[in-house]
Design a protein around this ligand. Structure first.
Ligand code: TRP
Length: 448
């Protein structure tokens, strides 16, 4: 147990920035938009919003609360709180499955982080200037088809993450988050503005918000729930870890609302920026993981000042990806550090090399190894699917059930400043609606 002396966030703002830095990442822009496209648009978006509100919010609050009370890393916090509340120690499994999820997610996250780095460089060298949809598509195909190039960028991204974590400059990043997050929002708004000039904005709006409920299936709902967990960094214990640094005075519900509004807002803006470009150029919304890379460069390549804006956008996206990736590596490093005699720096290196190796298998899915390995999915899709659709929701379910059913009801209500009616709402949502929602979604998608 290395973290005996537990510091607290210097201010509430620092904590919000760290949580937002973890939450806002590739999930909001890259993953959200391609998931919307793959899953038929508005029905997915609306279910996703419902999942964020009804499941995401209570789970986020539950994770912070566990962390703040446990004052330890997720596995030990769960074990200790379980012991104190006369519950089996097996609850620590919730923490352990989070570490596994972090490891698996980071491996493919780093591959996409690499794409973002590559496009940052591409913007500087003017690769996209004047390109049409075919040209931009060919550039992306060229990247995907070249495993060595993908490896190079994946390696570069992981190296950046390791460098930041090993040097312990994570705290220093918070200042940068404070300026770069608003800058990202401004750029997204500019891109939405560009979308309005394409003449296909209305189509995009309808695609995102006018549901064709016929498109809804068990799997679409599961995908939407998985996205809600992924984008809020839930079900992995990272929010528990952050919660362990939280002072007693921080209002958990209010803070959760702030983080969620920011996170969801950025995702919706990303959709409104990307889909007008899709429709204006006759592209396919269901393009898959490459969606933002074959759409946004079209905007940058054809608008005034596009080169500079493109550079800024991919830089900010890379930065957002880095702050999320750091939060993914952290629990793995902490796990290795506690269970082996390795120093912090060595533990960081060992964890990163393991993640990097798995990432190589993931990037090969786009070229030399596209074949399905299990359940008809290639390595990349398998990693993404298994984590977001299974591990994250299950772990999150564990966290909310633990808080709602195993901790003293009154003390939880007091900690969340709930009384009377609001306490009743919390109880109904945390005890029944959120857990049953997760279970129903599982059952429903199993039945097809
Ligand atoms: N939320 C981040 C994103 O949207 C990714 C991420 C960081 C994450 N930490 C996580 C996802 C923990 C799940 C669990 O890009």
């Amino acid at each position: 147990m290395s973290k005996l002396v537990h510091a607290q966030w210097s201010s509430k703002m620092t904590f919000v920035l760290a949580a937002a830095g973890s939450a806002v990442g590739l999930g909001n822009i890259w993953r959200f938009s391609y998931m919307v496209g793959d899953n038929g648009g508005a029905a997915f978006v609306l279910v996703y919003l419902a999942c964020v509100a009804v499941v995401g919010l209570p789970v986020l609050v539950a994770e912070w609360l566990i962390g703040r009370r446990g004052q330890k890393n997720p596995i030990n916090a769960m074990a200790e709180l379980a012991g104190k509340n006369a519950q089996p120690k097996a609850w620590a499994l919730v923490g352990a499955s989070g570490v596994l999820a972090a490891f698996l997610i980071l491996s493919f996250y780093s591959v996409i982080g690499g794409w973002s780095l590559s496009y940052t460089l591409g913007s500087v060298t003017g690769t996209f200037t004047g390109q049409d949809a075919d040209g931009v598509g060919a550039i992306f195909e060229g990247l995907l088809g070249n495993p060595l190039l993908l490896l190079l960028w994946h390696t570069a991204f992981m190296a950046l993450v390791v460098w930041i974590v090993a040097r312990g400059v994570v705290k220093g990043l918070e200042g940068a988050v404070r300026t770069m997050m608003p800058a990202l929002v401004v750029l997204m708004v500019v891109l939405v503005g560009y979308g309005m000039t394409t003449g296909h904005f209305g189509e995009a709006l309808a695609f995102m918000f006018r549901p064709d409920w016929g498109a809804l299936s068990g799997d679409v709902v599961l995908a939407a729930m998985g996205q809600a967990f992924f984008t809020l960094s839930l079900g992995m214990g990272i929010m528990m870890a952050y919660g362990s640094y939280l002072g007693e005075d921080v209002n958990l519900l209010g803070t959760a609302r702030t983080v969620i509004i920011l996170d969801t807002g950025i995702a919706l803006l990303a959709g409104l920026a990307i889909f007008p470009i899709v429709f204006a150029n006759g592209l396919s919304a269901g393009e898959g993981p490459g969606l933002i890379f074959v759409t946004l460069p079209l905007a940058f390549g054809n608008m005034t000042g596009g080169m500079l804006l493109g550079l800024m956008f991919f830089l900010l996206l890379t930065f957002a990806a880095l702050t999320s990736a750091i939060s993914l590596l952290e629990p793995v490093v902490e796990f290795v550090e506690e269970r082996t005699p390795l120093t912090r720096v060595m533990a960081t290196l060992v964890s990163a090399v393991a993640v990097w190796l798995l990432g190589i298998a993931a990037l090969m899915s786009f070229n030399v190894w596209p074949e399905p390995v299990m359940f008809g999915l290639n390595v990349f899709d398998l990693l993404d699917t298994f984590t977001s659709k299974i591990l994250l929701p299950l772990t999150g379910l564990g966290a909310i059930v633990f808080v709602a059913w195993c901790l003293d009801r009154r003390s939880v209500a007091a900690e969340l400043n709930l009384t009377g009616g609001s306490e009743q709402v919390w109880l109904v949502v945390a005890r029944y609606v959120a857990p049953l929602g997760v279970i129903l979604v599982f059952v429903n998608s199993l039945l097809g």
